[in-house]
Design a protein around this ligand. Structure first.
Ligand code: PMP
Length: 417
């Protein structure tokens, strides 16, 4: 394939305008400038987000919702402001529909426990896909074992897309929930969510979206998507670790059992019983990650200022550029080439173990991921132990991809003389 004429500069977007906001991107690794291509695992943080955490602890640290004093008020206002920012970012009808969690994992566990244990029973079926991250698999395995439900799976095709013919066959009147990833963290596939939701709605089946990889990279509108639940993580979208979000339609929040018990989630408590606080507090037991939520708000401000449409488009340019260049390299096998895809590229170089390859790249300053990417069922189906994964964000550049490809050529020389 001829690659030389591929656009090497975006006409719309200059990542260098943003790179200066990310102090860590100046790191020198083994004498080489850092090339950070592990964004699907976690993204780097701009100065504004880091400073927000410091500002919180220096200027407003207090517990939220309880204290009737200056700092308590200030922290509560900032915390609730962050909830509003999240709601606006995903176009939720109300901030009350936003519950802060530790991340995607906890958000999905919340649904499996508080909603699943109430609405899914013996012989009911839950549809997942074969391309789920373990955090959208294990909570449903645990639930299925507890209530006697059955898990069904939409298979993926050789190019890493969902097999709709097979999906139609497993949809039936026992299906109680469809829970799937919006974007695969292994193949990069962007699943056709609107089509899936339409098929589910025709049968009155709720849909949960694992948005861990999609919300940071694509504009998200929960009303347009018409999903019932959306889970995502702050740390994959410039925010800190330990903060995430569960959005749900209001009637689901109203019908759900509490998830965890403790302070904040109650209204009145007796020794033998209690009544619950209003939504969303009913689902936020204990002191929340206040600094994390406020810093996630700062991350959302940062992303919104750039514009999610622009981010999506630029990442598509980067990904197409990288895929074209990788296609020329002998011995590189890429897993997944769905028509709709984001900036996640999983590959192998012959029989070279991904750990060896990523170690080689690390010596050149390049951070990629090697492993099963918390999706062991994908590896089993592909009959491989692991892959190497490069994943991009808007602060990556075409020059970094050029360097990455040059170093891969060196690796090919080194490992396959
Ligand atoms: N789902 C997908 C698709 C992911 O990529 C990840 C993170 N790798 C998760 C869920 C879990 O996210 P977290 O660890 O932040 O809870």
């Amino acid at each position: 394939m001829e690659t030389m004429n591929v656009q090497k500069k975006s006409l719309e977007f200059d990542p260098n305008l943003y790179r200066q906001d990310f102090p860590i991107l100046n790191t020198i690794v083994h004498g080489k400038p850092l090339v950070y291509f592990d964004n699907a695992a976690t993204t780097q943080k701009p100065r504004m987000v880091i400073e927000q955490i410091v500002d919180y602890y220096q200027g407003m640290n207090a517990n939220v919702h309880r204290a009737i004093h200056y700092l308590g008020e200030k922290a509560t206002v900032a915390f609730e402001e962050a909830r509003k920012k999240v709601a606006k970012f995903i176009n939720a009808p109300s901030a009350r529909q936003i519950v802060f969690t530790r991340g995607t994992t906890e958000a999905i566990n919340l649904v499996a426990t508080a909603w699943g244990e109430k609405f899914i029973g013996q012989d009911d079926e839950i549809i997942l896909t074969e391309m789920e991250h373990h955090s959208n698999l294990i909570p449903w395995q645990l639930l299925a074992q507890k209530v006697g439900a059955k898990l069904r799976f939409i298979p993926f095709t050789p190019n890493g897309a969902l097999d709709f013919e097979a999906f139609e066959k497993i949809l039936n009147n026992k299906t109680r929930l469809i829970s799937l990833t919006y974007m695969s963290n292994v193949f990069g596939t962007i699943n056709p969510i609107k089509r899936i939701v339409r098929m589910a709605k025709d049968r009155g089946i709720p849909v949960l979206l694992d948005g861990a990889q999609s919300v940071p990279h694509l504009p998200t509108d929960v009303q347009q998507l018409d999903c019932d639940f959306l889970a995502f993580s702050g740390h994959k979208m410039l925010g800190p670790t330990g903060i995430g979000v569960l959005y749900a339609k209001m009637h689901h929040w109203e019908n759900m059992n509490p998830y965890q018990g403790g302070g904040e989630m109650i209204q009145s408590v007796w020794l033998d019983r209690a009544t619950w606080n209003e939504i969303p507090y009913k689902f936020e037991a204990g002191t929340p990650n206040i600094a994390g939520a406020i810093a996630l708000g700062a991350a959302i401000d940062y992303l919104s200022k750039i514009g999610m449409e622009k981010i999506t488009l630029f990442e598509q340019e980067l990904t197409t550029y990288a895929l074209n260049k990788l296609a020329d390299l002998k011995g590189i096998v890429i897993y997944g080439n769905a028509a709709e895809r984001g900036g996640v590229i999983s590959f192998n170089l012959g029989d070279v173990h991904p750990h060896d390859l990523s170690h080689f790249l690390d010596q050149q300053g390049i951070a990629v991921r090697a492993g099963h990417h918390c999706a062991q069922p994908i590896m089993r189906k592909l009959d491989i132990a692991a892959t190497t994964r490069a994943s991009f964000y808007f602060y990556n550049t075409f020059e970094e991809i050029d360097y990455f490809v040059e170093q891969l050529k060196e690796a090919i020389e080194f490992f396959t003389p």
